[in-house]
Design a protein around this ligand. Structure first.
Ligand code: ZN
Length: 593
């Protein structure tokens, strides 16, 4: 069979909702950033099975199984890898592209990596231009005037595009990139005369990054009022689909998972200002309303999305679609109504603004209730024609909510205000129910037989295994500090499975969750466990050093024993001295920690 293309595989992984998939087999409850429940792979009375919605991983601390969504489907439905991917693709509406195992696929991947590098270089150039150039003093003043400090601007990689027409073009070419490549990522465009020039000039640049922090496009804000559009984005490219992106998701994702909700604002500076003010579960939608793709991207991570948008001007249609997607995914969509003429950035810049904003969030109401309220407030209930129009407008909103207590409440409220029988209002709601096959969730094809999964037992972990797992998890949590430990560790420090995890992590430290080995169950399970540990266990350079030293002590002690068995007393004495020094260092490190 032809291979499923890597792009397709990536799309499936992005699209799946692991909580939803697992929930078909066991009830999950949210517990902090995780979901927990009884393990669907072994008999147990107390839950030791947990799911990380954001990294899309599962792990059972009882029987040791673990992996990603595809692995779960493989095990639970008794399918092979390709069939499991197909089932998930079908369920989440991903069209699978296939490719023969040919060098072209590899070439495409290499090309994609090249373009990613080009975008990263572009972002780095804009950033250094903002901070270092004479020309950027005005935008620096502008940003400072909006109360945005250097720390937050650097965290989001904000930059400045010079006024010259060819800075990016020349630099890109000098670095060995072709004009077509510069155009493919949207940094350069072709003029009417046929020549190429920089797309972004004299603009404050906001790199738009994906969850993993890769730059996929830019938003540029004009510095002069006579400069054409105030905001210009990267044009839609193979890379960049604005309606799917959430600005700031890479920075906000941890806080979003922790809070169990996401706050959605309109603009780049709103996101920056709120993060700076300590409201960190915030992302931007780069428009006046949230798209259904953006809602889908947040599902699984959160139970609740609060829109701090100007909901009066948000497109009615778009909001309805978003609401339907949210209802289908068991998410609540709320509206925190911003005071007229004030945006979140302005609000938090003022004294006590962050508290005011938090109060607005606390007072958020269900999107449907908000929209129904807007319609009712704008209706002259004395006129039968007006009442009829209002009913036509609210019916689809109510239908989009799905059956729920809050919908019944709203139906009663509408009936009362319009002086109608609730049953009649309900009749109109049912009539405007979205038809099947629309944005409502597709039924998952269920395989006939569910094969029994293999049982595996990790048994009790030794203290060395616990220690090595703690250290490897910290390396994942703090990759910059962790990298040197991956180099310092050797197989002699580790258990057999630990050594295999070490070898794998050396190549995948940047994003261990997204590319689990699918031909090695034990390794995939262990990596899933490590990634989940890394997101829950506190990590610090001191704790890493201590764990490393303790593993080193183990290693030396094993070597001392081996030297003793060989009657190599000289070696044993030398090792014993080494051990004594090490024990001192351990004691010092423990005192610091
Ligand atoms: Zn289990």
């Amino acid at each position: 069979m032809a291979l499923i293309s890597n792009d397709s595989l990536e799309q499936v992984k992005q699209a799946v909702d692991i909580v939803e998939v697992v929930s078909a087999h066991t009830d999950l409850r949210r517990q902090g950033a995780r979901w927990v429940g009884l393990c669907p792979f072994h008999e147990e009375r107390t839950p030791s099975f947990s799911v990380d919605a954001q990294e899309k991983l599962y792990h059972c601390f009882g029987c040791g199984v673990g992996g990603d969504t595809i692995k779960f489907v493989e095990e639970k439905e008794g399918l092979g890898f390709a069939d499991a991917v197909e089932l998930l693709a079908d369920r989440y509406g991903v069209e699978l592209a296939r490719e023969k195992e040919d060098p072209k696929a590899e070439a495409r991947r290499a090309q994609r990596r090249r373009l990613e590098e080009l975008l990263a270089r572009g972002a780095a150039f804009y950033s250094s231009y903002l901070w270092d150039s004479e020309e950027a003093s005005k935008p620096r003043d502008y940003l400072a005037g909006r109360g945005l400090g250097e720390e937050v601007l650097r965290a989001f990689g904000v930059g400045y595009a010079p006024s010259a027409w060819d800075q990016l073009l020349l630099r890109g070419q000098r670095a060995g990139f072709k004009i077509e490549e510069l155009r493919a990522v949207g940094l350069v465009q072709r003029g009417r005369g046929g020549g190429e020039y920089d797309r972004f000039r004299e603009r404050i640049m906001f790199p738009i990054r994906d969850r993993r922090g890769r730059v996929l496009g830019f938003g540029g804000r004009a510095m002069r009022s006579d400069q054409g559009a105030k905001y210009v984005n990267t044009a839609e490219t193979d890379f960049f689909h604005k309606s799917q992106m959430l600005y700031g998701i890479d920075v906000a994702k941890a806080e979003i998972a922790k809070a169990g909700r996401a706050v959605v604002v309109e603009g780049y500076t709103d996101v920056l200002a709120l993060h700076q003010a300590g409201v960190e579960e915030v992302v931007g939608v780069m428009g006046t309303s949230i798209t259904d793709e953006q809602v889908a991207a947040l599902s699984g991570m959160v139970e609740e999305v609060v829109l701090a948008l100007d909901a009066d001007v948000a497109g009615q249609e778009a909001m309805l679609r978003a609401q339907r997607v949210a209802a289908g995914r068991k998410m609540r969509l709320l509206v925190a109504a911003m005071p007229a003429g004030e945006d979140p950035a302005e609000m938090v810049a003022a004294e006590g603004g962050a508290e005011r904003f938090r109060e607005l969030l606390a007072g958020a109401v269900e999107l449907a209730a908000f929209q129904v309220g807007l319609v009712l407030d704008g209706t002259d209930t004395g006129s039968p024609a007006e009442r009829d129009r209002a009913l036509v407008e609210v019916a689809p909103v109510l239908a989009g909510m799905g059956e729920s207590v809050s919908r019944d409440d709203l139906v009663r409220r509408v009936a009362e205000r319009l002086d109608l029988e609730p049953a009649m209002v309900m009749g109109r709601v049912v009539a405007s129910q979205p038809t099947a096959g629309g944005t409502s969730q597709a039924q998952a094809p269920r395989p006939a037989a569910s094969a029994a999964p293999r049982r595996r037992s990790t048994g009790e972990l030794t203290s060395r295994e616990r220690r090595e797992r703690a250290l490897l998890a910290m390396c994942i949590a703090l990759p910059k500090e962790g990298r040197p430990y991956l180099d310092r560790l050797s197989d002699e420090h580790l258990s057999a499975s630990g050594a295999r995890a070490l070898a794998w992590l050396r190549d995948h430290l940047d994003d261990p969750a997204s590319d689990l080995p699918h031909d090695d169950d034990e390794l995939a399970g262990l990596i899933a466990e490590l990634v989940m540990l890394s997101r829950n266990e506190p990590a610090s350079p001191d704790a890493m050093e201590l764990n490393f030293l303790l593993l080193e002590q183990r290693r030396i002690e094993a070597e001392i024993a081996a030297a003793g068995e060989r009657d190599d007393y000289e070696r044993r004495a030398a090792l014993s001295r080494e051990r004594a020094t090490l024990v001192e260092r351990i004691a010092r490190t423990e005192r610091v920690g």
